[in-house]
Design a protein around this ligand. Sequence first.
Ligand code: CAA
Length: 257
Amino acid sequence: MTETIIIEHPAPRVALVTLNRPKALNALNLQTMRELTLALTELDRSGDVGAIVLTGSDRAFVAGADIKEMAPRTFSEMHAEDWFAGWDALTRVRTPLIAAVAGHALGGGCELAMMCDLLLAADTARFGQPEITLGVIPGMGGSQRLTRAIGKAKAMDLILTGRTIPADEAERSGLVSRLIPAADLRSEAIAVATKIASMSHIAAVTAKEAVNRAFETGLTEGVLFERRVFHALFATHDQKEGMAAFTEKRPPEFRHA
Ligand code: CAA
């Protein structure tokens, strides 16, 4: 039983995880971190889910890490507990993860959205890394992932001034995959997840792995990794089925396993 998140299955092979701490604008405390990382890990391993949507409320995706929980802590406590290290579990989720963001996506909220694979934003979304206004810096990967997503100039601007940007600027900057009217965000996100979940699961998982490899390695190694994985897919049912279906002019029936 979870208290800070709601898990639903709105379509076959699609999971919808909604952050649910409305009184704190979905600020991420330890309980949320534990519940969310465990839920996503279990959905990932279940074998029944081909894509996961992570969303918040109309007002806030997430307004950051929980400032009230962190405020009294000392350096030695933060260091000993390796505060935020638990979030690394999300980078081990192999199933495609879609962030559907409306309202505030600040600090840890922007960082959580950037840990997902696709970022869909309502026109009401606002993104930022305001940690500097609290006398700290991003701590859930923002200095690294924001810089990779939108480049040094914009990342420095957001991280050094703490200013927030609206969804259209985030989309122009390359942070956001698609901009969607707020009223349609949830249904569009489920439609995108349904589309991804209808593909060969092994192809989707390896495609995600290959794209993520681009952030960890040089071009020659990355292209070699891609080619080897491409070759390996010829050992799968889904490659045989996908290519036969094309030739026979019929929809493919992937095995999803
Ligand atoms: N932590 C804890 N509580 C938070 C919170 C947060 N990050 N953000 C909002 N809340 C709480 C508020 O304290 C308030 O609670 P009370 O009613 O008990 O006072 C409630 O949520 C509603 O918030 P507001 O009244 O402030 O709502 P608003 O509409 O006036 O403003 C806001 C919205 C601009 C998002 C404002 O709440 C805000 O600035 N929040 C903090 C944003 C922030 O600095 N985030 C970064 C956190 S640090 C971090 O994330 C580190 C990291 O790298 C991981």
